[in-house]
Design a protein around this ligand. Structure first.
Ligand code: SIN
Length: 284
């Protein structure tokens, strides 16, 4: 079967007709890269990838980022374990966010594979931040075009929440010293995507802590206004996992949200993150 790309209508596109466990023909890899830049999010189904094959696939897109906050796979440090045990109540990623916006050069994206799933639930929501930007009223676009936002990891991974985090995850996530040592970073609120050149809204409820040079109340009000516009059905896809499913998202073009509705069951995902680059402000 030839490779084909099928936009979901919300966020992302599903790619059919490729077996990622085999050497991918160059022409197919180009199609995958073009679809990834265009949609910022691609899905594959019914793949059977070993850990090594997962790593090899990721290397087609850039160097691998070893996450300093997540537990690593015991044999493959390139793989971050995204696990929820039956006895846990909290999960990883259970709120809208985009990964690594707290870094000066945010990671490009992640390739997530389902390894163990609950019988029901545990879906992941994705949001298209190209569409979110496009859909903003003209007046709001002009208000944010020269602004930058401040991002931090401290309130998520830092010492303030460390005790609670450890209690919830039995030490599976969290490295408070690394988080506390991070300096806050600023990025433009509207970026030009490094590959596609499309404009994307680059703030997120998980890691954006304010808007540079605005008083806190004004900053919070503007962020909430932006989030309200972004979180719309037409910008969203709910991805229902099956064993062998893969989601590959671009942090500069999407948000994601791992639904936490399967208490009492185990869910294990393997995540490989690919390095990114500094972000450029979009020019109107
Ligand atoms: C994440 O935020 O990386 C976790 C996504 C998921 O487990 O579905």
């Amino acid at each position: 079967m030839a490779i084909s790309i099928h936009p979901t209508g919300g966020a992302g596109a599903e790619i059919l007709g490729v077996d990622l466990s085999k050497r991918i023909p160059k022409s197919d890899l180009i199609k995958i890269k073009v679809a990834f830049a265009e949609h910022g999010l691609i899905f594959f189904r019914d793949q059977s990838l070993s850990e090594e094959q997962h790593i090899n696939f990721a290397k087609n897109f850039g160097p691998i980022n070893i996450n300093r906050f997540f537990a690593q796979h015991s044999d493959f440090p390139e793989i971050a374990m995204v696990t929820k045990e039956p006895g846990q109540t909290g999960n990883i990623g259970g709120g809208w966010h985009t990964d690594h916006s707290y870094d000066p050069e945010p990671a490009m994206g992640s390739i997530l594979i389902a390894r163990e799933l609950p019988p029901e639930g545990g879906d992941t929501w994705f949001l298209d931040m190209y569409k979110a930007y496009e859909g903003l009223p003209r007046e709001l676009k002009s208000r944010i075009k020269d602004l930058s936002a401040v991002h931090s990891a401290k309130h998520i991974f830092g010492s303030k929440d460390q005790l609670e985090m450890l209690k919830q995850t039995r030490g599976r996530i969290g490295n408070s010293e690394a988080a506390d040592a991070l300096a806050d970073v600023t990025h433009p609120i509207v970026i030009s995507h490094p590959e596609s050149d499309k404009q994307a809204l680059y703030v997120n409820p998980g890691f954006t802590i304010g808007i540079k040079d605005l008083p806190p109340s004004e900053s919070e009000k503007l962020l909430q206004e932006l989030y309200l516009h972004a979180i719309k059905d037409e910008n969203m896809t709910k991805f229902k996992w099956r064993l062998g499913s893969i989601a590959f998202w671009d942090n500069r073009a999407t948000w994601h949200f791992a639904q936490n509705d399967y208490h009492g069951y185990r869910r294990v995902m393997h995540r490989i993150t690919v390095e990114g680059c500094p972000l450029r402000r979009a020019v109107a």
